[in-house]
Design a protein around this ligand. Structure first.
Ligand code: UT7
Length: 329
C-alpha cells in the first residue's frame, strides 16, 4: 500500500505585519530585512485565537477539496511547537471542532521539521494498511512566543499553517517514496523557548527574564541549516538515483531566502524549481511547508508523477528531507 497526498490546503490570518510597521517597533529597516531574509511581511493571528483555529481552517479546506466527511478520518496529526495549551494535545481541539468522531490523534513537536516528520509518521500507518485517511497538519502561532522588542526574532516569524490528507493507494509508483531524518540535540541551546515546560515552569521569575519567548542564535543556526538541509536533500537524491534534472519542485522550509538559495544551488536546482513564498509569510515554523505546498498546488506547479522533495531544518536540531511522487492531476 502507498501513502499519497489527495488534498492540500492552508490558512493564514488576514492581519498583515509589514516590515515598515516593524521599523516603528524595533531598530530595523525594510532594506535590512529583505536583503538578509527575503521577508516583506508576515501574518498575525491575534490574541483571542490559538493555533488550533488555523489548523481547523486548513483541515476544513482539505475536507471540502477532497469531498471527505470528518468522520472518515482515522487519525489527526498536528505538528506544532505552539500548542493551544500544554495539555491536552492541539489535535484534541482540532478533532472536536471538525467533529471527526472516528479518529485518534496526537501532536508532534519537531519545530520547523514538524510537518515533514508528521507526513512520514502518517505514511507508516497507511503503508502498513492500518489506516486509510489521515489528516496531517503543520501549524504555528509564532506571534504567541515572540518578543516584539527583539529584532533578532520578531522580523522573521509569522503565523499560519496547512493540512494534507494522506490516503492509501494501490498505484505502486505514487506517493511517499523515501525520507531521511536527523536529530542533533547539541543544538538545543541555540534555538529554544526555555520556560513553560517542566524544567522552568511558569513563574514571576521566568516572565521577568523573558524566558517564554523564542531565543535563537541566528548566525550559528544559519550555517548549520545550510549544511544540514543540503546534506539530507542531496542524500535523498543520491539514494534514489535522482539528479536535480529529475526533480520537478523543491518545497523547502521557509526560514531565510539565502538558506533556500544555498540549498537549491547545492542540489543543482534552478530557482524555477523551488517553491518560495517567504516574502509573504516569513517563517511560520511547522506551517511553512504545507502552506508552500498548497500554494504550489494552486499555481499548478506540480503534475501527477512529478518528483517532489520536501526539505526542512529546525530547533532540536531537527532536519529532514522527504521524496514523493505527486499524485494529484
Ligand atoms: O526556522 C528555524 C531556524 N532559524 C533559522 O533558520 C534562522 C537562521 N538565521 C538567519 O536567518 C540569520 O542569521 C538572521 C536573519 C537571523 C540574521 O541575519 P545575519 O545575516 O546572520 O545577521 P547577523 O546576525 O550577522 O547580524 C548582522 C548585523 C549585526 O550588526 P553588526 O554587529 O554587524 O553591527 C546585527 O546587530 O545586523 C544587525 N541586525 C539587524 N539590523 C537590522 C540583527 N538583526 C537586525 C535587524 N535589523 N532585525
Amino acid at each position: 500500500m502507498r501513502a499519497i497526498i489527495t488534498g492540500i490546503g492552508h490558512y493564514v490570518p488576514d492581519n498583515i505585519l509589514t516590515n515598515q510597521e516593524l521599523e516603528k517597533m524595533v531598530d530595523t529597516n525594510d532594506e535590512w530585512i529583505v536583503s538578509r531574509t527575503g521577508i516583506k511581511e508576515r501574518r498575525i493571528l491575534g490574541k483571542d485565537k490559538g493555533t488550533s483555529y488555523m489548523a481547523v481552517k486548513a483541515a476544513e479546506m482539505v475536507l471540502e477539496q477532497t469531498n471527505t466527511a470528518a468522520d472518515e478520518l482515522d487519525l489527526i496529526l498536528v505538528a506544532t511547537s505552539t500548542p493551544d495549551m500544554l495539555i491536552p494535545a492541539t489535535a484534541a481541539f482540532v478533532q472536536k471542532k471538525l467533529n471527526a468522531t472516528n479518529c485518534w490523534g496526537f501532536d508532534i513537536n519537531a519545530a520547523c521539521c514538524g510537518f515533514v516528520y508528521a507526513l512520514a509518521t502518517a505514511s507508516q500507518f497507511i503503508e502498513t494498511g492500518k489506516h486509510n485517511k489521515i489528516m496531517v497538519i503543520g501549524v504555528d502561532k509564532m506571534s504567541a512566543i515572540i518578543n516584539y522588542k527583539d529584532r533578532n526574532t520578531c522580523i522573521i516569524f509569522g503565523d499560519g499553517g496547512g493540512a494534507a490528507l494522506l490516503e492509501s493507494s494501490n498505484e505502486d509508483e505514487l506517493g511517499v517514496e523515501d525520507y531521511i531524518f536527523r536529530l542533533d540535540g547539541s543544538g538545543a541551546n541555540l534555538l529554544n523557548v526555555q520556560a513553560g515546560g517542566s524544567l522552568f515552569p511558569a513563574s514571576h521569575e521566568t516572565v521577568d527574564k523573558k524566558m517564554h519567548y523564542i531565543f535563537q542564535d541566528g548566525k550559528k543556526i544559519f550555517k548549520y541549516a545550510v549544511t544540514a538541509m543540503s546534506d539530507v536533500s542531496i542524500k535523498i537524491m543520491e539514494k534514489n538515483r535522482l539528479t536535480g534534472k529529475d526533480i520537478k519542485l523543491l518545497i523547502p522550509h521557509q526560514a531565510n531566502l539565502r538558506i533556500i538559495d544555498a540549498v537549491a544551488k547545492k542540489m543543482g536546482l534552478t530557482r524555477d524549481k523551488v517553491m518560495i513564498n517567504i516574502e509573504k509569510y516569513g517563517n511560520t515554523t511547522a506551517g511553512t511547508i504545507p502552506i508552500a505546498m498548497s500554494e504550489a498546488y494552486q499555481k499548478n506547479m506540480m503534475s501527477k508523477g512529478d518528483w517532489i522533495i520536501i526539505s526542512s531544518f529546525g530547533a532540536g536540531f531537527t532536519s529532514g528531507s522527504l521524496l514523493l511522487k505527486w499524485a494529484l492531476d
